[in-house]
Design a protein around this ligand. Structure first.
Ligand code: ZN
Length: 309
């Protein structure tokens, strides 16, 4: 479906109305969140018109359209979560990246998302009958800004133990910048960082390949370097599930290798997918996109064959 000019105007007009309602305190949302959403949509519209309108008529406008409307609805509806498998919840509508809550020996949070996500996380916690102080651990799968932006405020309010890979801990602690995102996207992300200001945080537990965390029958750290140097998978052999971080993208139900523009080392990223294909799991919980429930490792094996062709 081609997204018409009138639909863009309707979406932008709708966002303006929501922003106005937020400024007048008629809606319990932050007007700045709506403002940045408005700017993003306006930029997307400009980019589509400038670069794609004549050259690529087959661009999937409907995906952008659906994404924007779903985000707007979620901001207005508020906190919602989904129990994917017993004890593992997805903070539905998480901002930035998928954030997961594991309820087992207290609460363990996997990744934190972008500014604004703290509210979503706490809302879901409340629904589960817990408060911020019940978060015992925060595991960071890798140090990209969309996964760590809320970390400092979460650490301050929860006192949770912070765990991350040895390599990416250097970025989380502010010792070095993330590598591998250059060119236009690098500049774009540097610009984003002005808004999504990041405050370095000390990592309490530096995980190495094979280390075990005492939840879900033993959650094993699996080093899946490539997307970032210390990109980590978290694998439960007993529960046959893996938190796969950004090792694999999930796009409209299909899995794919990570986007090369956001990947530190493309060759290693493919090796990481091969390593994942050697594990046995039914459930794959990615950093972005819909979780894959059922025969997940078979799908990863198929992807591996495709990538080798
Ligand atoms: Zn990433």
């Amino acid at each position: 479906m081609r997204l018409r000019f009138s639909v863009w105007v309707a979406v932008l007009g709708f966002l303006l109305l929501v922003m106005l309602a937020a400024v007048l305190r008629l809606l319990p949302i932050n007007p700045w969140d709506v403002f940045w959403l408005f700017v993003t949509v306006a930029c997307a519209w400009a980019i589509v018109r400038i670069f794609y309108s004549e050259k690529k008529d087959n661009i999937q406008y409907d995906i952008i359209y659906r994404h924007v409307l779903v985000k707007c609805a979620r901001i207005m509806v508020g906190h919602k979560m989904v129990e994917l498998v017993p004890g593992v919840h997805l903070v539905d509508g998480s901002i930035g990246c998928n954030t997961y809550l594991i309820v087992d020996d207290g609460v363990t949070l996997v990744d934190t998302g972008l500014k604004g996500n703290v509210k979503q996380i706490y809302g879901c916690l409340r629904k589960l009958g817990y408060g911020p102080k019940d978060i015992k651990r925060i595991i960071i799968t890798h140090a990209h800004i969309d996964h760590i932006n809320c970390l400092s405020s979460l650490k301050a309010e929860t006192g949770a133990l912070i765990m991350a890979s040895d390599q990416d801990s250097e970025v989380i602690e502010g010792m070095r910048p993330i590598r591998g995102i250059g060119g236009f996207f690098g500049a774009f992300f540097r610009l984003l960082r002005l808004y999504y200001r990041y405050k370095p945080v000390r990592v309490d537990v530096r995980l190495k390949d094979g280390d075990k965390i005492d939840v879900l029958g033993g959650l094993e750290a699996v080093l899946l370097s490539g997307h970032s140097a210390g990109n980590l998978g978290l694998y439960s052999r007993e529960r046959k599930l893996i938190f796969s971080s950004d090792t694999i993208r999930v796009l409209n139900g299909k899995i794919a290798a990570p986007h090369p523009k956001f990947t530190e080392n493309g060759e290693k990223a493919i090796e990481a997918i091969e390593r994942m294909a050697g594990l046995d799991f039914n459930v794959m919980l990615p950093g972005h996109g819909k979780p894959v429930i059922g025969n997940a490792s078979d799908k990863v094996k198929e992807l591996c064959h495709e990538l080798k062709r």
